[in-house]
Structures are given as structure tokens and as C-alpha cells.
Design a protein around this ligand. Structure first.
Ligand code: UDP
Length: 242
């Protein structure tokens, strides 16, 4: 079922004011439609990148569904009294889509992660969501000269859904460049989800997620991300003065 979506602009990036449930309904509508649709899951980091990179700004605003990932986006929406209702974490949306795919026998392809990780993730997904149809997988450390080969591999596998896990903004740029050449119903940039399914990265315990502190848990577990996370206060200050 397609729905009319309201957009909220956070530093000029138009983000859909959808709940997790609505995002899933829209994604299912895409999977059941005939053209290729793109879903992006921006967090404050990529919104900040878009401030100085016109091409990232353009491609995010061309997403068919752009969900508010990252609690920072929701805080920004509250500061500006906009309509973003709840955080739609990329990995939660992926899981809901995978559940639907397993039930309806829709196939998926995972592109990304270190060699062996996408394959492991597919195995785990098959255990988790019985009935899953894996169309294929490929690691994310390929050269640009291999793009053609990868496009062929994806198209030969005829997936309904393609999950691109190359980290931001590489995955968004790749999707923007090739979505017209990929024959599928839905293509989605979902960063580190592949590592979570493979089990090489653990998601924060639910209590951290509920308190909006998943970023803090990640900081404790992966302290080298500290520098990357400094963008969060800069983002909020920019929103405050925008
Ligand atoms: N990754 C990849 N190719 C690359 C860079 C990253 O496949 O050239 C993968 C990486 O192995 C990881 C995923 O992208 O599985 C997400 O990386 P990261 O955690 O840095 O991104 P984030 O989700 O935080 O944007």
C-alpha cells in the first residue's frame, strides 16, 4: 500500500516522517511494484556531508523513501518542531523487510562487508527467517573497474531486493550511480547491517536503544569512532542556528 508521506527538511535534506510500521508498508509497496525504488537511511553524519557536497545532497533528496536513522535526526526534528515521529533504524527496517521477504518468497542480494561476511550474514538470515530466498552476495571491497561484473552478477541473480552495505556515503553514491542498471524492485543502503547479521558486530542492548543511547554503546565498543562522532554536536548546533 502506497501512502502519502510528509517530509521534514533537516538542514535541507528531506526526510520522510514515517514510523517503523509505515516505512515497512511503503517498502512492501515498492517490492510489489514494477520499477526500482531506492531507500536511504540518513544519520547526522551524512546530513553533514551533504552540507558541503552537492551531489550527496541531491542524491539523498532523490531517494524514494528516506527514513530518519540516528537519534540525532529525531532530536533535530524536535528542536525545529518538525514532524519526524520516531527513529527508523536501518537495521530494523532491513529486518522487517527480510521477514516479509521470507514469508512471500521474495529474494534478496547482499553487496558489501569484508570477504566472507555477506555469505555468513545470508546463512544467519536463513536461520533467523525460515523461508528466506538468497539470490546472491558479494563482498564490498571491489575496485571500480569491477562494477560492471558486479552489476551482471546482481542482474543474473534476479533479486527482488538489493541491500548495499558499503558504509556511508559510498553505498549511497553507488546506488545513485547504478540504480537504473540494476533490475530489482528495491535497493537500499544499509551500512553495517551485514556485520550485525554475520554476528561480527553486536547491536546495543535494547535498553540503550530505548533510551536513544545506541550511539553511546557503539562509542564504548568502538572507541576509534570518537572522531567520527564529533560531528553530532556540530550537527545539533548547526540545526539550532539554521
Ligand atoms: N564496507 C565495504 N566496502 C568498503 C567500505 C566499507 O563493504 O569499501 C563495509 C564494511 O565492511 C562494513 C560496512 O561497509 O561492513 C559499514 O561500514 P561502517 O560501519 O564504516 O559504516 P556505517 O554503517 O557506520 O556507515
Amino acid at each position: 500500500m502506497r501512502q502519502m508521506k510528509k517530509k521534514s527538511k533537516i538542514l535541507n535534506v528531506a526526510i520522510d516522517a514515517v514510523t517503523n510500521k509505515e516505512a515497512l508498508e511503503i517498502a512492501i509497496g515498492y517490492i510489489e511494484s514494477s520499477s526500482t525504488k531506492k531507500i536511504y537511511t540518513p544519520n547526522p553524519e551524512i546530513v553533514m556531508m551533504a552540507q558541503t557536497n552537492d551531489s550527496i545532497m541531491r542524491l539523498l533528496n532523490e531517494g524514494d523513501l528516506v527514513v530518519p536513522d540516528g537519534i540525532g535526526i529525531i532530536v533535530a526534528s524536535k528542536i525545529k518542531k518538525l514532524e519526524l515521529k520516531e527513529r527508523v533504524a536501518g537495521v530494523d527496517l532491513v529486518d522487517n523487510i527480510l521477514k516479509f521477504c521470507a514469508k512471500e518468497k521474495k529474494s534478496f542480494f547482499i553487496l558489501g562487508g569484508k570477504p566472507g561476511i555477506a555469505e555468513l550474514a545470508c546463512e544467519k538470515i536463513k536461520e533467523l527467517h525460515v523461508g528466506s530466498v538468497v539470490a546472491g552476495y558479494f563482498h564490498g571491497y571491489f575496485k571500480e573497474t569491477e562494477d560492471e561484473k558486479i552489476l551482471r552478477k546482481i542482474n543474473d541473480a534476479e533479486p527482488d531486493v538489493v541491500f548495499v552495505c558499503l558504509g556511508a556515503p559510498k553505498q549511497e553514491i553507488w546506488i545513485d550511480k547504478y540504480h537504473k542498471e540494476i533490475h530489482c524492485k528495491l535497493i537500499m543502503g544499509v551500512g553495517g547491517s551485514v556485520d550485525i547479521y554475520a554476528g561480527t558486530v553486536k547491536r546495543a542492548p535494547q535498553i540503550f536503544i530505548n533510551l536513544g543511547l545506541e550511539w553511546f554503546y557503539r562509542l564504548i565498543k568502538e572507541p576509534w569512532r570518537f572522531k567520527r562522532m564529533l560531528v553530532l554536536p556540530r550537527f545539533l548546533i548547526k540545526v539550532l542556528f539554521s
